[in-house]
Design a protein around this ligand. Structure first.
Ligand SMILES: [Zn+2]
Length: 154
């Protein structure tokens, strides 16, 4: 299974970008995902690579990013003092993971329609319901197991 992909993408992005087939038994996957995600801080944005640089593509409703007033279209100029004007999504995830080891306060400089704006976001741990949705999504996408849990992303 490609768990590292799942974990980094939820830390930064909330949901995995693409479906990946997985050969690990589904029960084991579900258990491992729950264990790895419990208490993990997350932000709740999906980013687009502009080559160079990053822009916010979507903000998960009611996520820390949403509460911190991050908006789709924001260009990410810096994150906690790291310049991101040339960064890839992978770089962004690395910065978040590094910050997340010691604290949950993320501050970003974004360019919103030409104006620079500082945004403060407190990353929060995923709720049980969010973790179950990620488990369900993994089972649906990587194991073709349908789930009764409604998909709230729509
Ligand atoms: Zn799996």
């Amino acid at each position: 299974m490609r768990l590292s992909a799942v974990v980094v993408s939820i830390a930064a992005v909330a949901f995995a970008d693409e479906a990946q087939k997985c050969n690990t038994p589904p029960d084991e996957c579900a258990r491992t995902i729950r264990k790895m995600l419990a208490g993990k801080p997350y932000l709740g944005v999906e980013l687009a690579e502009l080559l160079p640089g990053l822009a916010v593509k979507t903000v998960v409703p009611d996520s820390p990013a949403d509460h911190g007033d991050v908006k789709p279209g924001d260009r990410v100029i810096a994150v906690n003092g790291h310049r991101t004007t040339e960064a890839s999504i992978k770089d962004f995830k690395t910065i978040l993971a590094e910050v997340g080891r010691t604290h949950r306060h993320i501050w970003m400089i974004v360019n919103r329609r030409g104006a620079l704006k500082k945004i403060d976001v407190m990353m929060e741990p995923l709720t049980k319901a969010q973790i179950e949705r990620i488990v369900a999504q993994h089972l649906a996408e990587a194991h073709s197991i349908a789930s009764a849990i409604p998909d709230s992303r729509q």
